[in-house]
Design a protein around this ligand. Structure first.
Ligand code: NAG
Ligand code: NAG
Length: 344
């Protein structure tokens, strides 16, 4: 049986986005430069191993990369990750994580870019939390983000075929929400205040003075029937671990606030979640949650008969993915205006 949602990592999806990229770049070439373009998508010589230089490991010190981590951990062959700047001149791809560029902890290489070397810009944050993009016009060839139209698409999670799922956890509460940074004026705070006038929401996390240890989060949210998977800002495809881990993996039905329902349906089945926009008021949403009977509730978990949740959390896995995408990416591309692309 085919899935009733558009599986984000299906080969067809990859083709779609490759074609879209090619098309966009063709238009861009014709419009702005008028120069010749080659048909992209031809792999480098067969069997050639790729060297991916991570210019600054995201957030922390790099893990040990002395072994062939892509092959050993993720069964991706011919893909060498390194953080050694001395390999700059021979790297096929150099990866720049936005946060360290924004903070000035990393600067672009001083040396000239070797011919054929591709630069990748990476962020998993939303545009609201990504500053200083105007500096990077005409710098990066490819982008790696949670957006489906990225050259290297890197979601926070996905559903993968899997028949053996654990039982739905027993429930003792109705709605929970884990929130570390509560800003009064954010949309998610407004919706929470409105909703909590009509039903009880149990809040956890730093903002509520009930912080959860890393291993306590899932056991806590899983005890509730519903989880408020409210994103901190609302942007195209910006769907984070709040959905994948805190709700779906925990076995709590997500009540989502984020991009429109149709965007979620590209990732998960339409009947697996509740969207805040499905209701004309929070009073109505509260009524729906409070009066739901058991058979209606069970129906939200139909997907678990066929799928499991895979979280993407390891930067090594994300960077290894660059190698599998590499042969399909446009070698001629450059982002003239990264800021416009990202804030679109
Ligand atoms: C739920 O509770 C029942 C009855 O107390 C128990 O038998 C069952 O194992 C529990 N299920 C889970 C998934 O914890
Ligand atoms: C449970 O709720 C659904 C939807 O509101 C309704 O169609 C169904 O008849 C109800 N089932 C029972 C057993 O009450």
């Amino acid at each position: 049986m085919e899935a009733d949602f558009h599986h984000p990592s299906s080969p067809l999806q990859g083709l779609d986005s490759t074609l879209a990229t090619i098309f966009a770049v063709i238009l861009w070439n014709l419009n702005l430069h008028g120069y010749q373009f080659e048909v992209p998508g031809i792999a480098l010589g067969h069997g050639k191993s790729l060297t991916i230089l991570i210019w600054h490991w995201p957030f922390h010190h790099p893990p040990n990369l002395s072994t062939d981590v892509c092959a050993d951990l993720y069964r991706m062959k011919g893909c060498q990750l390194t953080v050694d700047h001395r390999l700059f001149s021979q790297a096929d791809v150099v990866v720049f994580h936005h946060r360290e560029l924004q903070l000035g902890k990393a600067r672009l290489p001083k040396e000239k870019r070797p011919p054929g070397q591709k630069w990748v810009w990476v962020t998993l944050e939303s545009p609201t939390n990504t500053k200083g993009l105007a500096r990077w016009h005409q710098t990066f060839n490819w982008v790696m983000t949670y957006r489906r139209d990225s050259d290297i698409f890197m979601p926070y999670g996905e559903l993968v075929p899997n028949s053996a799922n654990p039982d739905i956890p027993n429930k003792t509460g109705l709605v929970s929400w884990v929130i570390s940074n509560y800003h009064h004026r954010q949309r998610r705070a407004e919706v929470y205040r409105d909703l909590s006038r009509h039903l009880r929401v149990d809040m956890y996390g730093k903002a509520s003075h009930k912080p959860l240890c890393p291993d306590c989060l899932l056991p806590t949210t899983s005890r509730y029937k519903f989880y408020l998977a409210f994103e901190n800002s609302i942007h195209q495809d910006y769907i984070t671990e709040k959905l994948w881990r805190n709700a779906l993996l925990a076995g709590s039905v997500p009540v989502v606030l984020g991009p429109p329902r149709a965007a979620y349906e590209m990732f998960i089945p339409a009947d697996s979640f509740i969207h805040v926009e499905d209701f004309s008021s929070m009073k109505e949403l509260a009524g729906f949650l409070k009066t739901m009977n058991s058979s209606r509730y069970q129906a939200f978990f139909e997907w678990r008969k066929r799928y499991g949740v895979k979280l993407y959390t390891d930067w090594r896995e994300r960077f290894c993915t660059i190698c599998t995408r590499y042969p399909h990416l446009n070698q001629e591309q450059i982002y003239l205006d990264l800021e416009s692309w990202f804030s679109a």
